[in-house]
Design a protein around this ligand. Structure first.
Ligand code: HEM
Length: 482
């Protein structure tokens, strides 16, 4: 038998189909408090969508350690082979709104929350190992170019290519985005990356630099642009549906996690700045080391409660994993929790999807929508004489030396072309042809030849063949190199 329908204050509802009116022709009575509550709550159903990565799909699963990496990190969830940690992942596109199509050319978010016994560890990465820019101060401008024009409310290729052509550090990521991998076939058929360099610290307090690679065990598959465009029209939620259906029928997708480890002292002499997120580390220099396997085996019960309300932050570290000086990462350490406080509220970490499985003991109190016991009657300040929770010296982050003049300053390595060119040269002729076709198609609507020529110079500097073919495709001459 069905349960009784109730109001939000728990009282039974007498009629949910007919509002209370003066006679059958009305008007409606304000004393129908059930009607008032129903309409008012409906008006408040939306929270602000994420300013980027608004369209997403999520799933629960577990991470299992398959290789001993305890000599590199003391992180408890990585401490022994066979150890399992529950996790939640949210995949996303970057630029589109909540209802936008899944099969567009865009990087994909790959954001994992590990519910470890030492607190939540979030790895908020993408399906690409690099990013378009390398300083957080450029992020709002970059995202403006990816969003809609303030007057027409249309996407604006002029802004996109103007910004990229004036920010040559974007070339590596632009080459990846415009390649076959720019449109994954499904969320299950793509790799994931932490992208930034992070620091791992072991039980002896020794540090290494680390980069994360999640390799899909389903194999990489992509969509041809014409197929993707057709699907975007017919089923804009294609990736969301594919993930849900696969898990629903027990076809659980998995990824193997590898890391690259760099000794701390190499950072000063390596040919790339290891804290520049527009660059990869050669796997010949720093080979992949297996860590474990992530398997997704449970769909969310409720999209809003879990996928929309999950709050993932690159600043959510656990002992044994720390930040690096990467200027983008440093900006992100601020941006995400700030967005969460705005989008979900100051107590977002107390919601079921975000609540750590580890015990939370601190002196934070009150705030809008505090859903737990708010610390009850326990001591609410520190220092105190009442055995309140105390800091643990063994969990202090590692110290590190800093030097230099404090000023607004760029990276000291400025080669934007070698890695983008290497990637081009690594591609087969068919892959290059498709890359060129995709770029030419994307640049054609740009109105200004000046912008096109500036961008062609960058392709040319990466590889003369790359630049020449794009110039030809656009019906332009390669400009004389500066
Ligand atoms: C989401 C800012 C760079 C991956 C977001 C959100 C903000 C943001 C404000 C929305 C968070 C929310 O409302 O929950 C920034 C800033 C960046 C930056 C300021 C540069 C300084 C990056 C980079 C990556 C990345 C380099 C990947 C390597 C993501 C992902 C999400 C996201 C995956 C979605 C997380 C989720 O599923 O909830 N970013 N971002 N972002 N960002 Fe970034």
């Amino acid at each position: 038998m069905s349960k009784k329908l109730t109001t939000s204050w728990g009282a039974p509802v007498g009629d949910n189909q007919n509002s209370m009116t003066a006679g059958s022709r009305g008007p409606t009575l304000i004393q129908d408090v059930h009607l008032l509550e129903k309409l008012a709550h409906f008006n408040r159903e939306r929270v602000p969508e994420r300013v980027v990565h608004a369209k997403g799909a999520g799933a629960h699963g577990y991470f299992e350690v398959t290789n001993d990496v305890s000599k590199y990190t003391k992180a408890d969830f990585l401490s022994e082979v066979g150890k399992r940690t529950p996790m939640f992942i949210r995949f996303s596109t970057v630029a589109g709104e909540l209802g936008s199509a899944d099969t567009v050319r865009d990087p994909r978010g790959f954001a994992v929350k590990f519910y470890t016994e030492e607190g939540n560890y979030d790895l908020v990465g993408n399906n690409t190992p690099v990013f378009f820019i390398r300083d957080a101060i450029k992020f709002p401008d970059f995202i403006h170019t990816q969003k809609r024009h303030p007057q027409t409310h249309l996407k604006n290729p002029n802004a996109v290519w103007d910004f990229w052509s004036l920010s040559p550090e974007s070339l590596h990521q632009v080459t990846i985005l415009m390649s076959d991998r720019g449109i994954p076939a499904t969320l299950r058929h793509m790799h994931g990356f932490g992208s930034h360099t992070f620091k791992w610290v072991n039980n002896e307090g020794e540090a290494v630099w680390v980069k994360y690679h999640f390799k899909t065990n389903q194999g990489v598959k992509n969509l041809a642009p014409d197929v993707a465009a057709k699907i975007a029209g017919e089923n804009p939620d294609y990736h969301t549906e594919d993930l849900f259906n696969a898990i629903d029928k027990g076809d659980f997708p998995s990824w193997t996690l590898y890391v690259q480890i760099m000794p701390v002292e190499d950072a000063d002499t390596y040919r790339w700045d290891p804290f520049d997120v527009t660059k990869v580390w050669s796997q010949k220099d720093y080979p992949l080391i297996e860590v474990g396997k992530m398997t997704l085996n449970k769909n969310p019960e409720n999209y809003f409660a879990e996928v929309e309300q999950v709050t993932l932050s690159p600043g959510n570290f656990v002992p044994g994993i720390e930040a690096s000086p990467d200027k983008m990462l440093q900006g992100r350490l601020f941006a995400y929790s700030d967005a969460h406080r705005y989008r979900v509220g100051a107590n977002h970490n107390a919601l079921p999807i975000n609540r750590p499985k580890a015990e939370v003991n601190n002196y934070q109190r009150d705030g809008f929508m505090r859903p737990d016991s708010n610390g009850g009657s326990s001591v609410y300040y520190e220092p105190n004489s009442f055995s309140g929770p105390q800091e643990s010296a063994e969990d202090r982050t590692t110290g590190f030396p800093v030097s230099g003049v404090a000023e607004s300053v760029s990276y000291d390595h400025d080669d934007h072309y070698t890695q983008a060119g290497d990637l081009y040269r690594l591609m087969s002729e068919e892959e290059r042809a498709r890359l060129v076709e995709n770029i030419v198609g994307a640049m054609k609507p740009v109105e200004s030849d000046e912008i096109k020529l500036r961008q062609i110079q960058h392709f040319y500097k990466a590889d003369p063949d790359y630049g020449t073919r794009i110039a030809k495709g656009l019906g332009l001459e390669v400009p004389v190199q500066a």
